[in-house]
Design a protein around this ligand. Structure first.
Ligand SMILES: Nc1ncnc2c1ncn2[C@@H]1O[C@H](COP(=O)(O)OP(=O)(O)OP(=O)(O)O)[C@@H](O)[C@H]1O
Length: 627
């Protein structure tokens, strides 16, 4: 609770210190000015009933001035608050993105519980500053109520008891109402996510072709609508329950107020209170009702803000335990990384990378080798995806020698991509170990190993940037280095793709740009290959069917070029995943996977002579090509 509160206040303080102090000052002045209204009105009544007209007018002016000051301060507070809420919301969103992408493995992105928490936190991020404001308002209203209690107690303690006694139950009821709504939001997060996915499927260009042809749009829309109704029914039920509870709380207040006023009138009739006291109780009592109901409302906002801050604290802790570079570097690390991620100039990337390396050195851990002497060894590696029970890889014993081009083959779902993801450190093996020149990959901070890998997967990303940026992003510090981009294009055989664009490397690609150029699948793939070629000397190059849109000879030419380059540079390992045998036969080592196990390995000639699974797959493909 204290740590969460500190997180919330630190966020507000960091957003803008001066504005934060101004807000606190406005709130304090607002609290005092409201309390003074009742005091001035009592003086006005008493001086007027005593026949002092001039004094009464002056008290009237003072009461009006206090009231106007309170209103003006309230407006200023609101304007300042909205500005700060927007800024803090943006900075929290940025931090969420940095923390999420900073976790080296990707299994968290496949866990529904993680996604639900993340979705709720992203929705709430703009509300966080309102919680800080609400916290200050709670303090302001508490001071106002405190002043009111002192004033009313001077009239008669029983009146205080009647008004004050009504505050507590109402506060409790409001808190309970807020918890109802919060629980419903969390409870419906999964359905809301599904609804969003279905709605997006119908509206995004990527899925439009298939959905139009299959005419699935009405069915998908109906499914999305059904889920939306489930979400909105769940939320409505919670909101109705919360409104009923709030109504009951307001009733308690009203009862207390009416009794307190009746009691003061009775005291005045007995001559134990003045007419001014009745006005004071009426004014302060009304203020009590509004202040206490606002207090209760703001307590609810603070509670919601604290829950959001607790989720942010959890995300920070999660990122820290999964990222050794972050582990040592404290609360500022996510912000530094966010700044690094948003800078576009190469020199800034370079400087930030220098700092990042410094943090990593401080965090310790093993460096990847400069160049492989032996290569990569997998010892009895097994893997089961999080949230599933069936192992996808079992008992993998494999040696990928330094400088070798290794082809992974096997039927669909045999585990080829999964093995590649393990080698890239995107997942940790469930059993066994992966060794780089004898050093366990587990002991190496993922970020350092990643810097030495280049990879293109089947689901390459069509980054909608300029052509040069879409390639350059493969090596962030050299993103703006046109010579490096040109070389990468040459290595991937993609020079012609860019040369054919209207503005060459400066051409904007994709639908996000007004007039952006649309590329074919094959052109996007060539650019994805070029992106993976930005790093000149990776230790491991993974090419997981990135050439499905190219014809077989073009694919073989691309792979041959990569394999040659890999042999020239520091004994790197090239891992090819492809179903095309003309490409496979070029590999130094062919590994055949079946049902998550290695069933054969060796050179093309050796495996053909064995007449096993490889020879059978080869024969099937040949028959299909001939037939
Ligand atoms: N994120 C995931 N969560 C759970 N199971 C997964 C996940 N990704 C893949 N799998 C499962 O793991 C198994 C192996 O998948 P993988 O993609 O590694 O096979 P593959 O040999 O590369 O297949 P293909 O040739 O079709 O690309 C499949 O049964 C697949 O359903």
């Amino acid at each position: 609770m204290t740590a969460t509160l500190r997180t919330l206040l630190t966020l507000a303080w960091r957003t803008d210190r001066r504005a934060f102090l101004a807000l606190v000052a406005f709130l304090a002045l607002g609290a005092v000015s409201q309390g003074l209204v009742g005091v001035f009105l009592r003086a006005l009544t008493d001086t007027a009933t005593a026949g002092h007209g001039v004094q009464a007018s002056l008290w009237g002016l003072a009461a009006g001035a206090a009231l106007a000051t309170g209103v003006a301060l309230g407006r200023a507070e609101l304007a300042l608050m909205e500005e700060l809420a927007e800024r803090m919301g943006l900075s929290v969103q940025e931090e969420i993105l940095t923390l999420t992408s900073g976790v080296p493995t990707i299994e968290h992105l496949e866990r529904p519980a993680y996604l639900d928490k993340l979705a709720t936190l992203r929705d709430e991020s703009r509300q966080l500053y309102f919680a800080v404001w609400a916290l200050a308002l709670v303090a302001e209203h508490a001071v106002q109520i405190g002043l009111g209690v002192v004033l009313i107690a001077a009239v008669h303690p029983l009146v205080t008891l009647l008004l004050g006694g009504a505050v507590l139950p109402s506060l409790l009821v409001r808190g309970r109402a807020a918890r109802h709504v919060d629980a419903a939001t969390e409870g419906t997060a999964e359905t809301a996510r599904l609804e969003q996915h279905l709605s997006e499927s119908v509206t995004t260009p990527r899925t439009a072709k298939e959905i139009r042809l299959s005419r699935a749009a009405p069915a998908l829309e109906a499914m999305a609508a059904q889920r939306w109704e489930e979400v909105s029914a769940g939320l409505s039920r919670a909101r109705v329950r919360a409104a009923l509870l709030t109504f009951a709380g307001s009733g308690t207040f009203l009862a207390g107020y009416v009794s307190a006023l009746g009691c003061t009138a009775w005291l005045a009739a007995q001559g134990r209170a003045t007419a001014g006291d009745v006005v004071l109780v009426a004014t302060v009592g009304v203020q009590f009702v509004t202040q206490a109901s606002r207090l209760a409302f703001h307590v609810g906002s603070v509670a919601a803000g604290l829950r959001a801050a607790a989720r942010l604290t959890w995300l920070r802790a999660y990122a820290r335990t999964h990222d050794s570079a972050l582990a040592e570097s404290g609360d500022d690390a996510p912000r530094a990384r966010a700044r690094a991620a948003t800078r576009s100039h190469g020199r800034d990337h370079g400087r930030e990378r220098g700092r990042e390396r410094g943090r990593e050195r401080a965090a310790g851990g093993v460096e990847p080798p400069e160049s492989f002497a032996q290569g990569i060894t997998l010892r009895n590696v097994s893997f089961t995806y999080p949230g599933t029970t069936l192992p996808v890889l079992r008992g993998i014993d494999l040696s990928l020698p330094a400088g070798a081009t290794v082809a992974l083959v096997g039927s669909h779902r045999s585990g080829k991509t999964t093995l590649a993801k393990l080698l890239c450190g995107l997942y940790q093996p469930s059993g066994g170990e992966i060794l780089l020149d004898g050093v366990p990959l587990r002991d190496m901070p993922a970020v350092r190993w990643r810097r030495r890998i280049s990879a293109v997967f089947q689901d390459w990303v069509p980054f909608e940037l300029t052509a040069a940026e879409t390639v350059g992003i493969g090596d962030l510090p050299r993103m703006d280095d046109r010579a490096a981009v040109k070389q990468a294009l040459e290595r991937a055989g993609a020079t012609e793709v860019v040369a054919g664009l209207p503005r060459g490397p400066d051409t904007e690609l994709g639908d996000s740009f007004e007039g952006g150029v649309k590329l074919s699948g094959g052109q996007w793939q060539r650019l994805a290959l070029a992106r993976a070629s930005m790093r000149e000397e990776p230790l491991l190059l993974v090419l997981d069917e990135p050439t499905a849109s190219l014809d077989a000879p073009a694919e073989s030419a691309v792979f041959a070029r990569y394999a040659q380059a890999a042999r020239r540079h520091r004994a790197a390992i090239t891992l090819l995943i492809t179903h095309r045998f003309p490409t496979v036969r070029m590999a130094d080592l062919i590994v055949v996977l079946d049902g998550g196990r290695i069933v054969e390995q060796g050179g093309h000639g050796e495996l053909m002579a064995r007449a096993g699974v490889y020879a059978e797959l080869h024969a099937i493909q040949r028959a299909a090509a001939d037939g």
